[in-house]
Design a protein around this ligand. Structure first.
Ligand code: 5GP
Ligand code: ZN
Length: 118
């Protein structure tokens, strides 16, 4: 598994920095956002250090697919209501203009009753 020793989210996925874990398997880690913008707000990350969405390669496509597939299941487990009246938002910030602050690819999963902070 390729990690960047200076990367915050690599450290979190390896348990070197504490986090509120939501899910973990061999290649994916999910944890609650430290500054939630919605009643439910967690991040899904690959354990492999991929800095941005645009640095992902074709070989990473199944991994990205698995992250997307996991999101609805974890959203429900974290309290998002199912169906049309419930749901959640998925967001990937890519680069400075996209609002990316941490350069380890992550999927924001946000949900819960509105209004939200953002
Ligand atoms: P970005 O702007 O890069 O898409 O989002 C980074 C997210 O990571 C932000 O929502 C921020 O609150 C969250 N974050 C930053 N540092 C930490 C941390 O140390 N622990 C946790 N759990 N979340 C963090
Ligand atoms: Zn990393």
């Amino acid at each position: 598994m390729s990690h960047d020793p200076n990367c915050l989210f690599c450290k979190i996925s390896q348990g070197l920095i504490p986090s509120q874990k939501v899910y973990e398997d061999e290649e994916i880690y999910a944890f609650k956002d430290i500054n939630p913008a919605a009643p439910v707000h967690f991040l899904v990350i690959p354990k492999k250090h991929i800095p941005m969405l645009e640095s992902a390669e074709s070989i990473d496509a199944p991994l990205l697919g698995r992250m997307m597939e996991l999101a609805p299941r974890l959203a429900k487990e974290q309290g998002c209501r199912p169906g049309k009246d419930g749901g959640f938002r998925l967001m990937v910030n890519n680069g400075a203009d996209g609002g990316q602050e941490v350069y380890h690819l992550h999927l924001h999963v946000m949900g819960g009753p509105r209004p939200w902070k953002k």
